[in-house]
Design a protein around this ligand. Structure first.
Ligand SMILES: Nc1ncnc2c1ncn2[C@@H]1O[C@H](COP(=O)(O)OP(=O)(O)OP(=O)(O)O)[C@@H](O)[C@H]1O
Ligand SMILES: [Mg+2]
Length: 398
């Protein structure tokens, strides 16, 4: 080779085109040069004399590897995009503050405990924490602690060695090991037994553990993010959750407020899910009838965002005319909720809307109390029958 030798070429290519896999062909037949080249970043080497089939096989293997790497990068990009903050909807102060906290702590290595009612977005936040951290390119391993029996949970978390118990026919790597270098999401942490709590405490304190039935101590570097919809403070007072573990897990507490504490976000979430499911099911929704929107906005969503998301998905799937109107809403929403709370008093809506919203709900509740008997309901509300019927019509109550 003129100007430079193979090793120099390798160094230069590595610098300028690091994504190009380099295969060194060495004429001297010395494995030493080959090893040196691999250390410098060559992906493979070929010894002279050159055999064409060998070089073809090696190139094929490298191309395969490259497409796997590209695919991996692509998938990771998609994941990072999915858990980008732009895809997390919420404009109320409560949720903006929460997102800011998540942004601030994502990059740190601290242990985080996410608490909140079911369906509020705890897992979404756990994902955002991982995919916006320095560990984003390493694994994010999840485990739902609530669904596994104690012994299964133990072997899932820590792995086991062959023969540790009946059915352990081979060694198994646990989730802690799989998450090494990355993050581990312990979902429903409030559901684990006191015995498992003690075992977890040790890993959190010492960063080490043994596989079930094993003797070798394994050290890992894992960031722990846990979540629960249980009130752990209360569990602690009752003695069903260890205090020391609680403080280990709860270095940074994140509380996700239920939807009823951020009702202003409902309309943005509705729009978000209408767009999302519109794309998925190939349905373009051109218009949401303002009255339907009002009803959707005033519903209580005890199942929080998950319930809202499922509701919109169902509406979109069944939708036929590119428009969401009252008739597209399921009865459960139309019949509304029973409870009145000060949270419902959003004065931006104006008195007229507020009064109508309450009137609608009062009528629904009265109807329910009278088993849908209209005569009795009108009597209870002390209005005459025709006024009552016109109100039913006005509020689309059947
Ligand atoms: N702020 C948000 N913006 C958009 N989508 C959200 C938001 N919060 C939650 N979601 C969506 O709502 C659904 C429920 O969220 P998630 O699974 O994170 O809730 P969770 O608190 O873990 O619920 P559970 O307690 O039932 O496990 C998911 O599909 C999630 O993507
Ligand atoms: Mg969850």
């Amino acid at each position: 080779m003129p100007i430079m030798n193979g090793m120099q070429l390798l160094k230069n290519i590595n610098k300028t085109f690091p994504e190009i896999p380099f295969v060194l062909m060495t004429g001297h037949g010395t494995v030493k040069t080959a090893v040196e080249a691999m250390k410098l970043g060559a992906k493979d080497y070929i010894l002279k004399p050159l055999r064409l089939d060998e070089i073809v096989a090696k190139i094929e293997r490298l191309l395969q590897m490259r497409s796997l790497i590209k695919e991996n990068e692509y998938l990771l990009d998609k994941l990072q995009e999915k858990y980008d903050f732009t895809n997390m909807i919420g404009k109320t102060d409560k949720i903006r503050n929460l997102f800011n906290l998540v942004k601030d702590v994502a990059g740190t290595n601290t242990t985080i405990l996410i608490q909140g009612d079911s369906g509020t977005g705890k897992e979404l936040i756990a994902n955002a924490l991982h995919y916006n951290s320095q560990r984003a390119k390493r694994s994010f391993i999840k485990i739902n602690c609530g669904v596994l029996a104690e012994n299964l949970l133990e072997s899932e978390l820590f792995g086991h060695v062959r023969g540790a118990f009946t059915g352990a026919i081979r060694d198994k790597v646990g989730r802690f090991e799989l998450a090494n270098g990355g993050s581990l999401f312990l979902d429903e942490i409030g559901d684990i037994s006191l015995n498992m709590q003690l075992k977890l405490l040790r890993v959190l304190q010492e960063g080490e553990f043994e596989r079930v039935g094993g003797t070798e101590t394994i050290k890992v570097d894992v960031r722990i993010i846990s979540a629960t919809n249980k009130n752990l403070e209360k569990a602690m007072k009752e003695g069903s959750f260890r205090q020391d573990l609680y403080y280990r897990l709860n270095v940074i507490p994140i509380y996700v407020p239920p939807l009823r504490e951020r009702r202003e976000d409902i309309k943005f979430l509705i729009q978000h899910f209408v767009d999302k499911f519109g794309k998925i099911y190939g349905k373009l929704i051109k218009n949401i009838d303002p009255q339907a929107m009002k009803i959707l906005e005033s519903y209580d969503y005890p199942g929080n965002i998950r319930e809202l998301e499922n509701l919109i998905e169902r509406i979109i799937v069944l939708n036929k005319n590119n428009e969401i109107s009252i008739t597209d809403l399921p009865d459960s929403i139309l019949n509304g909720s029973d409870s009145f709370s000060s949270e419902d008093l959003n004065f931006d809506e104006g008195l007229q809307n507020l009064v109508e919203k309450f009137e609608r709900r009062a009528i629904q509740k009265a109807l329910k109390m009278n088993n849908n008997n209209k005569v009795k309901t009108a009597k209870m509300l002390a209005i005459n029958r025709s006024t009552f019927m016109s109100k039913l019509k006005k509020y689309s109550i059947n």
